[in-house]
Design a protein around this ligand. Structure first.
Ligand code: ADP
Length: 328
C-alpha cells in the first residue's frame, strides 16, 4: 500500500455562515499517523471543521495545510484526503466492486486496473467475497467496510470520517470502532473522526480535540483529557466528574474518587438525594450544604459495607491529589 502519511495543520481556521461563526480561529496540529477525534456537542463546529479540511466548504479565514502544502484553494480530489460519510452514501444501483472503484473511474483509470485495485481493497476489509452484491444485500457493518474501502481506494494521506458509527446499532458500533482503529493502524495514515460520543472518542483516539462553540477547549490523549480536564466544560462533557467550587475556584473531582467518610473521619456534610444501582457500581447523588450537587460512584461491595439511602446525611471526602483546578 503506497499510502503516504502526512501531517495536517489548521492555522487559525475560521468558518462564518453569514452572522454565525461556526468555527472560530481553530489551530491544531495532527501529526501523520494519528487517530484524531473531534469531540463535542451538536452545533459546536466539528462537521464544519471536517468539511473545510475535505474541501467541501470554503474556508472563511486561516489555512489548512496538508504535508507542506496549503490546500485552501484545491478541490477535494486534489487534497489527498478522502471522506467517509455517516450514511456511507453507497450507490444503490452499483455493485460493491463498482462502488469501491467509482472514484478511480472518475479519475480515468482503466476498467481492468480499477477493478483489480477495488478487489485488493475489498480483500483488505474482508469483503472479497461480496464484490458482486448490491449495497442493499449487505448488513450495516458490511456496508461500512465497503464505504471504508471506497474511501481508501484513492490512497488518501488523511481519511476524514463524519459520525461514521452513528447508523449502527450499539453492539455493531463497538465492533466496528475496533475495526476502524485496526485499519487506521494498518494503513498508517491519520484518521480524523467527528463524534459527539465521549465514549467513542476515548475508545479510538490517540488525540482527542474537545470543541465547544466553535473553539477548541482542550487537546490531549484520552487519559489526559479525562483525568485532567482543563475547563468546567470539558469536565462536564467528558462525564464522570464533579465540578466543585471552593475558595472562589472550581475543581474537578472524579466521581469514583469521592468516598463516603466513616463516622469520626473528616469530610464535608452532604445529604443523599438519590441512590442508583448500576450493577458493578452504585451511584450516590448528594447535595452539599452550600448547594453543590455531587455524585459518588462506589464499587458495589464498598456501598454494601455501609449502605445509605435518600434522605441520609453523610460525610464526603476525597484526596487532595484527586482535585484538579479548572480554568475560570
Ligand atoms: P457540529 O458538527 O459540531 O454539529 P456544525 O459544524 O454542523 O456543528 O455547525 C456549527 C454551527 O454552524 C451551528 O450553529 C450550525 O447551525 C451552523 N451551520 C452549519 N452548517 C451551516 C450552513 N450550511 N449554513 C448556516 N449555518 C450552518
Amino acid at each position: 500500500m503506497p499510502n503516504e502519511a502526512a501531517d495536517l495543520e489548521l492555522a487559525a481556521v475560521t468558518k462564518a455562515y453569514g452572522e454565525t461563526i461556526a468555527v472560530d480561529r481553530v489551530s491544531l496540529k495532527i501529526p501523520a499517523g494519528t487517530y484524531c477525534c473531534l469531540l463535542g456537542p451538536s452545533g459546536c463546529g466539528k462537521s464544519s471543521t471536517l468539511r473545510m479540511i475535505a474541501g467541501h466548504e470554503f474556508i472563511s479565514d486561516g489555512d489548512v495545510v496538508i504535508g507542506n502544502q496549503v490546500v485552501n484553494d484545491l478541490p477535494p480530489a486534489k487534497r489527498g484526503t478522502a471522506m467517509m460519510f455517516q450514511n456511507y452514501a453507497l450507490f444503490p444501483h452499483l455493485d460493491v466492486r463498482d462502488n469501491v472503484a467509482f472514484s478511480l473511474k472518475m479519475a480515468g483509470v482503466g476498467k481492468a486496473e480499477r477493478r483489480q485495485r477495488a478487489d485488493e481493497l475489498l480483500d483488505l476489509v474482508d469483503m472479497a467475497k461480496y464484490g458482486d452484491r448490491l449495497p442493499s444485500q449487505l448488513s450495516g457493518g458490511q456496508q461500512q467496510r465497503v464505504a471504508l474501502a471506497r474511501a481508501l481506494v484513492t490512497n488518501p494521506t488523511v481519511l476524514l470520517l463524519d459520525e461514521p458509527l452513528s447508523a449502527l446499532d450499539p453492539f455493531l458500533r463497538i465492533r466496528m470502532r475496533a475495526e476502524l482503529k485496526r485499519y487506521q493502524r494498518e494503513f498508517g495514515i491519520s484518521f480524523v473522526h467527528v463524534t459527539h460520543s465521549q465514549e467513542e472518542a476515548m475508545a479510538l483516539a490517540d488525540m482527542v480535540v474537545v470543541m465547544n462553540d466553535g473553539r477548541i477547549e482542550q487537546v490531549g490523549s484520552p487519559r489526559e483529557v479525562f483525568n485532567a480536564p482543563k475547563t468546567v466544560f470539558v469536565a462536564k462533557f467528558m462525564g464522570g466528574h464533579n465540578v466543585v467550587p471552593e475558595g472562589g475556584k472550581s475543581y474537578a473531582v472524579r466521581a469514583d474518587r469521592i468516598r463516603l467518610a466513616q463516622p469520626g473521619e473528616a469530610g464535608t456534610e452532604a445529604k443523599v438525594t438519590d441512590v442508583e444501582y448500576q450493577g458493578m457500581t452504585v451511584h450516590v447523588a448528594m447535595t452539599r450544604k452550600d448547594g453543590t450537587d455531587l455524585i459518588a460512584t462506589l464499587p458495589e461491595s464498598e456501598f454494601d459495607r455501609s449502605p445509605v439511602a435518600a434522605g441520609d446525611t453523610v460525610s464526603v471526602a476525597w484526596q487532595p491529589a484527586d482535585r484538579h483546578e479548572l480554568a475560570a
